[in-house]
Design a protein around this ligand. Sequence first.
Ligand code: 4AD
Ligand code: MG
Length: 465
Amino acid sequence: MNKLRLKDIIKTPEVVGIGNPVDVKGWVRTKRGNNFVQFIQLNDGSIVTNLQVVADTDKFDEALLKQITTGSCIHVTGKLVESQGKGQNVEVQAETIEIYGTADPEIYPLQKKGHSMEFLREIAHLRPRTNYFGCVLRLRHAMAFAIHKYFNDRGFYYLHTPLITASDAEGAGEMFNVTTFDLNNIPRTKDGQIDYKQDFFGKHTNLTVSGQLEGELGAMALGNIYTFGPTFRAENSNTPRHLAEFWMIEPEMAFYDITDNMDLAEDFIKYLVQYALDNNMDDLKFLNDMFDKELIARLESVTKVDFVRLGYTEAIDILLQAKKKFEYPVKWGIDLQSEHERYLVENHFKKPVILTDYPKEIKAFYMKQNDDGKTVRAMDVLFPTIGEIIGGSEREADYQKLLNRVHELGMTEEQYWWYFDTRKFGSAPHSGFGLGFERLLLFVTGMTNIRDVIPFPRTPQNAEF
Ligand code: 4AD
Ligand code: MG
């Protein structure tokens, strides 16, 4: 079986050897030439660089060569030779060409270079064939792999938490319902309420907004776990940083306090960025040259600096003293907006910031309460160009304190009885956080819109494909 990818041939031509036969398959990016010779740029998705195929016109049928247009898929056999031209070391001197699939130039949408990102979003089924998305999708794969490697190497277990759940982990109520009811004929109880007892699960269920609560159950048994799966939020935020379906990585660790949690978050994210620099330099160089001239420098700098660690109250003081006029006014108690987060990171400190000890009113019920009665042991990691990339906390391990908070928020213990059981039976100090996978990818790729770092984005009014 000869299944070399173009990457192998371009990066390590010695696996074939100059002068030896090669067999290559891929999609045509461009074709140019003259009456004597045609140059075909071939790409199979394994690397951003194309492999040049040289076809002497006297060896091939004119009709066949005519069908080789941008977007078509071909199979070439020939000889690997040193390239005469600039821009590549090796090329293929074609001996046979088989056309797998043509792509009518009149209607194939990816003819020219330089399509806008907005246009490409409308053809999400074809955009992986562009250089940009090839780079982004290879980086997306590399980051997913590195995440599993990081945790596996450190003795964390991958826990699969449910996507369909009856709980609202964040208590924010931004959930998609899951039901098999006929929406035109919803069963009702005598007093007119929806009768969820008759629904598939016998209760009201929704898509998960976070695997954390179930993750905590795992941590109370296995010690250190992580989840890595899709999460769903029905928040109607049409911003470049929000998706309705996004992927989240949520480690949860027994016996970690907030400082251990911050140390892990910082080490984790630096490891991932370093992994991209070490393993995906071709893709990063392309994105750096074509899209964001500071990308590689920004990535390198993040791996070297110590993240700032700062309390929310001090951050508010800094923002109050800032010369900048913010759209959302600053005062103690507000939920920080992206403009505030980015001011701290990009203007004030010029490096990533981990903010801790937020007011309890703006954070979820499960966070460990501080002695001041006002703040909780939350931590958000704020990044240049992104704002919040990680949210986490030490968890409230005390049964009574957790119960009081749940009651304050108008929730009931019955809803979360299984969660409360961890505080009843062998409760332990523990912490965790959630990294938004697409936010990480925004940072690593330099892309500016979150819709461009996931293959098929789900946003309000948009669920094609
Ligand atoms: O801050 P969040 O809401 O935290 C949680 O869900 C916790 N249960 C995590 C934990 O402690 N285990 O979300 C965590 C991260 C955010 O920092 C952000 O990076 C990302 O998830 N995120 C989103 N990414 C894309 N689109 C959205 N709508 C997002 N909402 C949150
Ligand atoms: Mg958050």
